[in-house]
Design a protein around this ligand. Structure first.
Ligand code: HEM
Length: 404
């Protein structure tokens, strides 16, 4: 570990020590969110902390135990378009499952999905930077997710891992996402299978078992919705906070594309919020208490920022750290060990709202300070990198954990 990352660990370790006892991460709140606020409109009300994805989980456990992962991965590499028939070389049980899993829900509305794609395009810079630096970094402050990612096979190669996460952001925002020629159905079904594999593998990881706070099987549907809220719920909240103009059609469409995505990832409709109001209420109950500091989260956040900094040899890293802190806030920033960058933090705080106002046609050009354009340039480059990394990735089912 180099000097800087060791120092960051120590700084964040101090925060960690101070917060460990009070950390809300291990607290289990009672599940009171009513299924009447869900897409299903009704349901059993069962606490999703105790619900996983039975059908996929049983199938992937069997695929792993009988040594079929390489064969399935080889076949899956050739399946890339939503409208493509499933490869013949897949084992019959995997094929049957995928045939069902690839069907869009009856409530999917193509018009809304198209509107969401347009929205992602017109607001691409905000959505891109918020996925990458907002949701991406926030995920490292979700202890259960940070530990699952750290101790799983993908945790050993963060560059690959970040690129794969970018793929979902890219695919979900793509103009063709859920069109026949798009690839979001493919990405979602493969990811659902990856999560099912992780549920079978991680309980055998000594690193994960020693830090999981008593959870026996990872990635419950409550965990899924925690992460879901760190994506669309957080992104929409930040865009509104920043003063980005979002009309009601766009807002409904953006929610819809993520509702469909949750369903395709195996979340039951009774846990998927039907409205933004229901989403915000569920996020308060699920995401807020799930955030906290961990050693693994600090390491992952550090890796993530290293990858971003690679593009220009680290020159813009302080600016990216300043922007990230502005986006996720001081508390999360401290938890994940973001460096303090007083100069850049001040610049971002003053320049970014002006850039947004200019882009949203609420402020004329002469009022934008020159320094703001340097920030704009870095963010634009980051968004480009984020989405291009996502373009050429194939999601693979793991058959082992991170080597310890
Ligand atoms: C894998 C997205 C929730 C842990 C993946 C992948 C994607 C993804 C695209 C495949 C890329 C890869 O292999 O790295 C999502 C989305 C979620 C979600 C959109 C919710 C809306 C979660 C949660 C956890 C989690 C809640 C843990 C608590 C993992 C792990 C992997 C993975 C451990 C596999 C890494 C490996 O290859 O070993 N996820 N995820 N994910 N996800 Fe998620």
């Amino acid at each position: 570990m180099n000097e800087i990352s060791r120092r960051k660990m120590l700084v964040a370790g101090g925060t960690l020590g101070a917060l460990c006892l009070a950390s809300p991460a291990n607290a289990r709140s009672l599940w009171t969110w009513s299924p009447s606020g869900s897409l299903a409109g009704s349901g059993t009300g069962t606490d999703p902390n105790w619900v996983w994805d039975d059908e996929a989980d049983q199938l992937l456990a069997s695929v792993i135990d009988r040594g079929d992962v390489p064969r399935v991965n080889q076949a899956l590499r050739t399946w890339t378009r939503n409208d493509q028939p499933l490869p013949d070389s897949l084992p019959a049980d995997v094929r049957d499952f995928m045939q069902r899993a690839r069907q869009l829900p009856a409530w999917a509305d193509q018009r809304k999905l198209d509107a969401a794609a347009q929205f992602n395009r017109t607001k691409g810079i905000y959505v891109g930077v918020l996925y990458g630096l907002g949701s991406g970094l926030m995920s490292t402050a979700i202890p259960k997710e940070a530990r699952a990612v750290y101790y799983s096979q993908g945790g050993a190669d963060m560059k690959d891992r970040v690129a794969k996460t970018a793929k979902l952001g890219y695919d979900v925002g793509d103009l063709d996402a859920y069109q026949p020629q798009g690839s979001m159905i493919v990405t979602a079904v493969k990811t659902r299978m990856v999560h099912a594999a992780v549920r079978h593998l991680l309980p055998k990881s000594p690193g994960w078992s020693g830090t999981n706070g008593g959870q026996k099987i990872p990635i419950s549907l409550a965990d899924m919705m925690v992460t879901w809220h760190s994506l669309p719920t957080f992104v929409m909240r930040k865009m509104l906070e920043w003063g980005v103009r979002v009309n009601s059609t766009d807002s409904a469409a953006y929610l819809h594309v993520w509702q469909v995505t949750a369903h395709m990832l195996g979340v039951r409709d009774e846990y998927i919020p039907a409205t933004w109001a229901a989403a915000n209420a569920q996020s308060k109950q699920l995401l807020d208490p799930a955030l906290g500091p961990t050693r693994e989260g600090v390491a992952l956040a550090n890796d993530l920022l290293d990858i971003v900094a690679e593009v220009d040899g680290g020159l813009t890293r302080p600016m990216i750290a300043g922007f990230s802190r502005y986006t996720v806030g001081d508390q999360i920033g401290n938890w994940i060990g973001l460096s303090r960058e007083p100069f850049w933090e001040t610049l971002v705080r003053t320049a970014w709202p002006k850039l947004v106002a200019f882009r949203e046609h609420l402020m004329p050009l002469p009022l934008i300070p020159d320094a703001a354009w340097a920030l704009e340039e870095v963010i634009r480059r980051f968004v480009l990198l984020f989405f291009s990394e996502g373009r050429r990735i194939s999601i693979e089912i793991p058959d082992s954990n991170r080597p310890s």
